[in-house]
Design a protein. Structure first.
Length: 433
């Protein structure tokens, strides 16, 4: 049973230009006998004409499509009876702001497949934008540092870096970061930045993307333990110290007789407490790339930032909260920001934020849709990963009982709704409804 496949126009964010499938993916799938309807969009990174040239039908709406692919959440009034939707729904944590959307899909007896839960047998995600969030987030954090220092009257090499969205390509951005790296190697860093330490939390795809950018600079990776003994007198002025923090570096057991056990930490995070405070005064730029939910300890609290700033101007200049959990692991990330207005200064004493680069306190970059700053590369990479599953999703018979639907195992595991009902794995979400 083959469905007409729709690709929707993204409308949640003004600057959202990504697509789940690029024209080259659509052309391959059409050659396999599938039919595509593409909703017209003036802002999409790929032009309508490119999809038409690939063989897709252009339309003003997707009423003729019964399988619809998107990227971000979909407005309530767009859902149609009995259709199948594939997008990032952001409902698996019971996110309150998306429960009305989930209820509407249930009322309309829709099927929902969520990219976030398409995983292999080991639980590793197979289709993701994470690497591109890390790439754009690291570029934007370095750009933010340069602009903040400029605002404070400090001449610095990072001022030559632009926001990711201002580059025509990822390669162009890499070239600028590499040029800054050469400048640092030859001429050094401003004395007030020494020792310059960039910390990265996490070890997944997001952190991998961030490290790709940092590795274009003259970096020396040191351990968290080594960071504690690092001081300005002994530090080199022509390199950046990079420190990668994993779960065991961030939290320790409440019982001092116990050693950190990662499996136990994930199972019982309430038995652990944050120890990242000891490192934070030594860090210049923090790139937060880790997964977090409310069960786990925060790594940066408002209380600690207030104490840190009360003691004088700290070394910490910028937090790039790439994972962007508002009021989450970085408590002063009080909201996600837009690409067009990406940063704010958080004042730890007043606990208020001012958009832009001016003001007393800590600069926070917390763009919600960082991969959309590199829309072409991000869409191509995402579509390459999604491509092998599209035909099976299109040919599945969703009228069958859930246990009889023939889908690849990773896709079936990611099916949150079937005919408007939560599938067994996701029945826990009902308590949030």
């Amino acid at each position: 049973m083959t469905h007409s496949i729709g690709i929707r126009h993204e409308d949640k964010y003004l600057m959202e230009r990504r697509v789940p499938l690029a024209p080259r993916h659509v052309e391959k799938l059409i050659n396999q006998g599938l039919r595509f309807i593409v909703e017209r969009s003036a802002k999409r990174v790929f032009l309508d004409q490119e999809y038409a040239a690939a063989g897709a039908v252009l339309a003003d709406d997707l009423q003729q499509a019964d399988l619809i692919f998107g990227v971000k959440e979909i407005p309530l009034h767009h859902f149609e009876e009995g259709k199948t939707y594939v997008f990032f729904s952001h409902v698996i944590k019971g996110q309150p702001y998306n429960m009305p959307m989930l209820r509407r899909m249930m009322e309309k007896q829709c099927n929902l497949i969520d990219y976030e839960k398409i995983e292999n047998e080991e639980g590793r995600r197979l289709i993701f934008f994470g690497r591109y969030a890390g790439l754009a987030g690291a570029i934007d954090s370095l750009w933010s540092l340069g602009q903040r220092l400029n605002n404070q009257g400090v001449e610095n090499p990072f001022s030559k870096i632009k926001q990711s969205v201002r580059y025509a390509s990822l390669d162009e951005a890499r070239n600028d970061v590499s040029a800054v790296g050469k400048h640092i190697s030859l001429h050094g860093l401003p004395a007030g930045l020494l020792p310059m330490v960039v910390a990265v939390t996490g070890s997944g795809n997001v952190a991998g993307g961030a490290n790709e950018i940092l590795n274009l600079l003259p970096t020396m990776e040191i351990s968290p333990a080594k960071l504690l003994s690092l001081n300005a007198e002994d530090a080199a002025n022509n390199l950046i110290y990079k420190v990668v923090f994993k779960a065991g570096d961030l939290s320790q057991p409440n019982d001092p007789s116990m050693v950190f056990d990662q499996a136990d930490y994930y199972a019982h995070p309430e038995n652990y407490h944050n120890v990242f405070d000891r490192y934070l005064p030594k860090i210049s730029v923090l790139l937060n790339c880790m997964y977090w939910n409310e069960r786990f300890p925060r790594i940066v609290t408002k209380d600690f930032l207030e104490k840190l700033y009360a003691a004088g101007e700290p070394h910490l200049k910028v937090i790039g909260d790439i994972t962007c959990d508002p009021n989450g692991s970085i408590e002063c990330t009080h909201k996600g920001t837009g690409i067009e207005d990406p940063v704010y200064v958080y004042n730890p004493s007043t606990r208020q934020a001012t958009m832009g680069f001016e003001g007393h306190g800590l600069l926070v970059m917390a763009v919600e849709i960082l991969p959309s700053e590199l829309p072409r590369e991000a869409s191509l990479g995402f579509g390459d990963a999604l491509l092998p599953y599209v035909k099976a999703i299109a040919e599945a018979d969703y009228q069958q009982p859930f246990d009889r639907i023939e889908l690849p195992a990773p896709i079936k595991k990611a099916m949150i709704l079937h005919q408007g009902k939560l599938t067994p794995k996701y029945e826990y979400i009902s308590k949030y409804l």
